[in-house]
Design a protein around this ligand. Structure first.
Ligand code: NDP
Length: 447
């Protein structure tokens, strides 16, 4: 067996997946750490695991026609990437955002496979969504879109096959409409979606899980350097689900969150957010569905239109908005301003060049597939509760979430520690997530 260089592997992948730049980026980052490991563990090469892992088991693309409030017919494109089911049913969110395309969903599905494996729960990886933009749509329009989307998707998913959840643009409201339509079409009440409302099979702590989990992960990273979260100045991007609950947990731990953002700009509150100020953010974003700018109109805070928060001085940065939102230049600014820890609440928010800056300067860097795995972990716990037809208490779910995040951190340290004791969490998460999936694939034969 010949050793394939990283360049040869990537050239082949790019030729087979032309123009899918986000997918190339995610695979590049993962295979960079995996190829040396595979060269030392020849069975993975013999079974050609990397090529199989980077080819989705199934890609579903479909038309989503719907009627707006004026009675006009609109058409969007729906997707579901069923990436890998070696260790459990496909599991991963649905994203509704105008930027959604095949490349973005394949990158997210690929990351999801390793992330789900890291949680230690039995979940394969998938991702889906649509280029539909819920912003500016009425509740009725969103409902009609969700019903049409599910009218095709329902035939490809089930509690034992593929279990979608939320992501950007898909929160409790959308999951409710999607679940209602699935139930109507299939005439069954099962745990086919996670992130459901608490009244109809949802889990306590699921809305909080990604944000809380990212903060628990950051706490573990800080602990390796004998540091605590208390009094740390934290910059956060985004003001959606992940950003909101990361902020809540940080406030409770005594940290000072000074920024939040949306796709229009960011606010800088030098005094830090409080619980009351955060309540107002939840009102702006979840009820009024407005812009983060309104925060600076209500409280003493600056607003920077069209900007991201990374040149604000901080101890810790938590990108919680979207992919590629920290460039090499922004990473350099963060490090030069004394940032000691970057913990990714979002998926792939740091470019490859930005990650190199963090690693070269030996600051703590927690990649999304480890740091934001708390969301899917509690989705896994929601599936368990649905199967058992019971609900655990808040305390019970939160404790399990914390244990899972501590466990993921230990796995990263196990596989990512380097000779100088620096923990490369990217390498640790990639190898730690890979081993279980690869071994299961080998055990199941050439399928
Ligand atoms: P939400 O839709 O609740 O919030 C997304 C936030 O990011 C909003 O503030 C939004 O601003 C901003 N945003 C979205 N796209 C862009 C963009 N292109 N440029 C700038 N800002 C943008 O999503 P979530 O909080 O659920 O997800 C945020 C990130 O976390 C995503 O990367 C997601 O994949 C990841 N994640 C989410 C999990 C979950 O459980 N929800 C689990 C694991 C990862 P605006 O309001 O202007 O659109």
């Amino acid at each position: 067996m010949e050793n394939v260089t990283h360049k040869q592997f990537m050239d082949n992948l790019i030729a087979r997946n032309m123009g899918e730049v986000e997918f190339h980026q995610a695979v590049f980052e993962v295979t960079e750490s995996l190829l040396p490991f595979i060269d030392d563990n020849l069975k993975y090469k013999y079974y050609n695991i990397l090529e199989r892992l980077t080819e989705p088991e199934r890609v579903i693309i479909f038309r989503v026609p719907w009627l707006n409030d004026k009675g006009e017919i609109k058409v969007n494109r729906g997707y579901r990437i069923e990436m890998n089911s070696a260790i459990g049913p496909y599991k991963g969110g649905l994203r509704f955002h105008p930027t959604v395309n095949l490349s973005i969903l394949k990158f997210l599905a690929f990351e999801q496979v390793l992330k789900n494996s890291l949680t230690t729960l039995p979940m394969g990886g998938g991702k889906g969504g649509s280029d539909f933009d819920p912003k500016g749509k009425t509740d009725n329009e969103v409902m009609r879109f969700c019903q049409s989307f599910m009218t095709e998707l329902y035939r490809h998913i089930s509690a034992d096959t593929d279990v979608p959840a939320g992501d950007i643009g898909v929160g409790g409201r959308e999951i409710g409409y999607l679940f209602g339509q699935y139930k109507r079409l299939k005439n069954e009440f099962t745990g086919v979606l996670t992130g459901k409302g608490i009244e109809y099979g949802g889990s306590l702590i699921r809305p909080e899980a990604t944000g809380y989990g990212a903060v628990y992960f950051a706490e573990q990273m800080l602990k390796t350097r004998n540091q605590l979260m208390k009094d740390k100045v934290v910059t956060i991007s985004g003001s959606g689900n992940v950003a909101q609950y990361a902020t809540e947990k940080l406030i409770d731990l005594g940290a000072k969150v000074v920024t939040l953002s949306d796709s229009s700009g960011f606010i800088y509150d030098e005094e830090g957010l409080t619980r009351e100020k955060l309540d107002y953010v939840l009102y702006i974003k979840n009820i009024k569905r407005g812009r983060i700018k309104e925060y600076s109109e209500k409280f003493k805070a600056q607003y920077f239109e069209g900007k991201r928060p990374w040149d604000i001085k901080c101890d810790i940065a938590l990108p919680c908005a979207t992919q590629n939102e920290i460039t090499k230049e922004e990473a350099t600014t963060l490090v030069n301003n004394g940032c000691i820890c970057v913990c990714e609440g979002a998926n792939m928010p740091s470019t490859i060049e930005a990650i190199n800056v963090f690693h070269d300067s030996k600051i703590l860097f927690g990649p999304g597939k480890a740091a934001n795995a708390g969301g899917v972990a509690v989705s896994g716990l929601e599936m368990t509760q649905n199967s058992m037809r019971l609900s655990w208490s808040r305390e019970e779910v939160d404790k399990r979430l914390k244990d899972i995040m501590v466990n993921i951190h230990q796995t990263c340290v196990k596989y990512g520690s380097e000779t100088d004791d620096y923990v490369n969490y990217v390498k640790g998460a990639n190898i730690g997530g890979f081993v279980k999936v690869a071994n299961a694939m080998i055990a199941q034969g050439v399928v």
